[in-house]
Structure formats: C-alpha cells, structure tokens
Ligand binder design. Structure first.
Ligand code: AHR
Length: 505
C-alpha cells in the first residue's frame, strides 16, 4: 500500500487563498442560462423573477464568490443593449458559437445582476472586444456603475433600476487568440489597453480589468501582455492598464479530437486525465514566472477564468450544447486543481470552473424540474473553508505513490491545507484507482484539537449522480482519522477525496 507523510507547519501561514479561486462561469451556451439559471417568470418551476430557485439554493451552499457572464466565446458576439428593456421587445440573434440556436435576450444585464444578488456572488462581466466597440463597452460600464445623472444612468433608471450596481471584475474580451477575434498577441494587447482606457471607474466603483490572456502554455502571449501592462508617463502616478490577465486551461484525457465519454472510460483514461489535470500546476508556474519578470511586486493578478474537464457530449444531445455527465473522476480533477490553486495563491487571484450549470464540468445538472448535484459540486462544498484562509504549505513525502499515465507518471497523492479563524482545513486526494493509501499528517509548530473528517468516494471512478440515484457520489462522515504523537493518521480509500477539519489548540 502506498504510504505518505505530509509535513505541515501550522505556525507558518502563507498567502491568503482568495475566495475568488472558487469562482464560477455562466455562458449563453446550451442549457446553462436557459433552462439552467433561467426558466422565466411563467415557468411551473419555482423561480424568483424567472431565476430558478433550486439552482440558487444549491449554489448558495457553496458560498460562490463570483459568477462570470455572458461568455466565453458568446461574450464577443454579445451586444448588451439587446438584453435590456421590456423582454418582449428585445431583439433576437443567432448564437453562432453554440448550436446556432436563436437567442431571445430574455436573460440580460438586469436579470444577471438579480441572479448575482440572489446568489450573494460578485458579478464578473466579460465585455465584447471581438465584434463590439470601445463605445459599447464604455457605455455598459456607465450603465451599470455610474451614479447621478447621465445618458446611461437615465437609460438604466428607465429600465427600472435606480441605484448603480457595484461591479468590480471586468473582462476585456475572451480568447482573443481564437473565437474572440483570432488576433495576434501584439494586436490584442494594444486593444486591451485601448478598451481598458474607456472602462471608467465611477465614484466609489473601482474596476478590476482583466485582459484576455493566453491559451494553456502560451507564455509568449502572457509576455506580450505583460510588456504592455504599465502606463508610465501617461499619468502623474504610474498605474497598470489592466489589473489582471487571464489564462484558459481545460483537462482532457487525450487529444482534442478524441475527448471520450464522460462516464465510460478505462483505468488508463482515468490516469491520463489526472496527469493532464496535474499539468495545470506547471502551466500556472510558467505564466507566474513570466509575470514575475515584469511585475515582481505582484500588482497584476493571474486569472484562470476557464478550467475544468471537457468530454464528448452525452449521447443524443446537441453537440453545440456541451452537456456532459460528471463522475468521481471529475471530482478528483477538481480536488487536484484546488491543491494547485492553493499553492499558487500568491499570484493566482481568481479561477472560474467551466461551467456552473449543465455545461462541461458542472456543479448541477437539471432535467426539467429535477436537479442533481454532481461529484464536482461536493468537492467545492467540502473545500469551501479554504476561501479567504491563509495557505499552509504541505510537504508531501510518498512511497510507491506513482502510476503510469500514458508516457507520463502520475503522482497519486495530493494535498493542501489552510488556516482561518483558528481552524485548520486539510484536503487530501488519493488518485490511485485500486490501492488505498496511508497518510500521516506530521503537524509542526502547533497542535490540533478533535478532528472531523469527511470522505467522497464510490465503488468506482465512473460513479455519478442521476435523478434516479442522486447520491451515488456524496460526502459522508469519515471516522478513520487517528491521533498520533505528532499529528494524525488516516487511510484513504482508492479514488477518494477527504477533508479534515480541526481547531488549533
Ligand atoms: O467554456 C466553453 C468555451 O470554451 C468558452 O466559450 C470559450 O471561451 C472556451 O473556448
């Protein structure tokens, strides 16, 4: 049986793990918005002003910190004025990226802001650079955030909203290297500077402008953006044009053309997937290293605003809707990512799973009035105590905890820890498909009181939840944690995720 020791110095807190690393993403794609978040006021499904209440309730339990909208690729063909005013009069458009379906614009700015208020989440609005204008984006910021009297403020009031909304996170385009305009890095960086200039801070509202960044390991893109980041000489006080830059990185088990089924996969596929997930660590290190060169003081944040698994769509569903099931394998991809995010907390300021409802690696799947919590949902819930906590470095020394994953080797144990308000939370994943693993937590610089542990596992990595079996993969209390001289010990079952919570004493 693989064995490992995890050394944790309880008295050496590291950077704060921003709550925004647990961020979300809702695109006008398939059934994410329509049928997922939004059912309309006339629906028999319980709703508030058209927003689906079971989805809101499930997501509130995750303490979701922010929600990115309206895309994705959709953001760069979205024209916000089409989505305000009386719904019946809103113009329609074709959603060319996602299934070629007609978009009726019934879910627009006011509906999105109402959703964020119901969720208790900060809005993260992604503006249109690819097919929009500087003026259009500038006026959207004014419409949302300006107080007093101005043309956009009057338009907002005419549409029923007196007060401006607080909006911090603002995306300047999406994937401008691809669906957002097929630009070169140099051109995209110039546009980011131009658009950012006209996205104004009104009153107390301070925008956190996020420039469209790299795909995966395109460090050249990040370097090009970082060279353009500063506005020296254009104002008395040098500032950065944008406060964050994005990167997107999806997890697959093989090539893009052969993504495979979400639920039917071999052990080899399983290990390849987890090895791919682990590569996110290297990619974030690469981008952070480039950013350190230009911004050693870390004024600019790295924003992984799309991450998650991408499988073939479920048989019989629209290929443009990206609807996929979600198994214990997906949950372990998520738990691995969170360990990685916690290690990168000094530079990584936000991460957004793609996507929250009914699309790609979702938290919840809906079918008519039924709602299912996915295994990934449970990882977000079990880990929510890390939000805004101080990271604790985990030094993991393992024996025999390696499996072959195609040409690569996969380390099968992963962990991270944090402390907040005198409570320590430790997350542990055993990725081995067949073997349990014994882990000793060697705690130094302090001691813990009585520990409470929870476990997420199932009989096999392919296990998933359906309306008929909604709790096939669900967390349960775990009484296998034993106190030792200098810490705790536990045996993790194969393909499992566990959390241990205990007070500092
Ligand atoms: O999340 C689905 C799509 O993936 C997004 O629209 C796009 O930004 C990315 O390519």
């Amino acid at each position: 049986m693989p064995r490992a020791t995890a050394v944790i110095n309880l008295d050496l807190p590291g950077p704060v793990i921003s709550r925004h690393l647990y961020g979300h993403f809702a695109e006008h794609l398939g059934r994410c918005v329509y049928g997922g978040f939004w059912v309309g006021e006339d629906s028999a499904i319980p709703n508030e002003g058209g927003i689906r209440l079971d989805v809101v309730e499930a997501l509130r339990a995750l303490d979701i910190p922010n929600l990115r909208w309206p895309g994705g690729c959709f953001a760069d063909e979205y024209h916000w004025r089409d989505g305000v005013g009386p719904r019946a009069e809103r113009p329609r458009m074709v959603n060319t990226h996602w299934g070629g379906v007609e978009e009726n614009n019934h879910f627009g700015t006011h509906e999105f802001m109402a959703l964020c208020e119901l969720l208790g989440a900060e809005p993260y609005i992604n503006g249109n650079v690819g097919s929009g204008t500087v003026r259009e984006m500038s006026e959207w910021v004014e419409y949302l955030t300006r107080d007093g009297d101005s043309p956009m403020v009057r338009a907002r009031k005419d549409n029923g909203r007196e007060e401006p909304w607080p909006v911090r996170f603002w995306g300047i385009g999406n994937e401008t290297w691809g669906c957002g305009g097929n630009m070169r890095a140099e051109y995209s960086a110039d546009l980011a500077r131009q658009f950012a200039t006209y996205c104004r801070d009104y009153g107390e509202n301070k925008l956190y402008r996020i420039a469209s960044g790299a795909n995966e390991d395109d460090y050249q893109w990040t370097e090009t953006l970082m060279r353009q980041i500063s506005c020296f000489g254009c104002e008395a006080t040098p500032r950065t044009f944008f406060q964050g830059i994005s990167v997107h990185r999806y997890t697959l088990s093989g090539p893009w053309e052969a993504k495979g089924s979400a639920t039917e996969f071999t052990t080899d596929d399983y290990y390849r997937t987890l090895a791919s997930a682990r590569r996110t660590d290297r990619i974030l290190t690469g981008h952070s290293t480039v950013m350190d060169l230009y911004d050693p003081g870390r004024r600019v944040g790295l924003v992984l605003d799309e991450w998650g698994t991408w499988w073939d769509v479920e048989p019989g569903t629209n290929p443009g809707f990206l609807f996929q099931q979600n198994t214990l394998r997906d949950a372990l991809v998520a738990s691995l990512h969170f360990d990685i995010f916690h290690r990168h907390a000094a530079r990584l300021v936000m991460a957004n799973i793609a996507q929250t409802v009914n699309v790609l690696q979702a938290m919840v799947l809906t079918d008519g009035d039924a709602l299912v919590l996915t295994p990934t949902y449970h990882v977000f819930e079990m880990n929510k105590g890390h939000q805004d906590a101080d990271a604790l470095t985990v030094h993991l020394r393992a024996e025999d905890a390696v499996r072959q994953a195609g040409d690569a080797e996969l380390e099968t144990l992963s962990a991270s820890a944090s402390v907040k308000d005198g409570t320590v939370l430790i997350s542990l994943s055993n990725l081995d498909a067949d073997e349990p693993a014994e882990v000793t937590l060697d705690l130094r610089g302090g001691a813990l009181g009585a520990a409470e542990a929870r476990l997420l596992t199932a009989d096999r990595p392919q296990a998933h939840n359906t309306p008929q079996a909604p709790a096939a993969v669900a967390p349960r209390p775990f009484d296998g944690v034993k106190a030792t001289d200098g810490g705790l010990t536990l045996t993790l079952p194969p393909h499992s995720f566990a959390t241990v919570r205990a007070p500092l004493v």
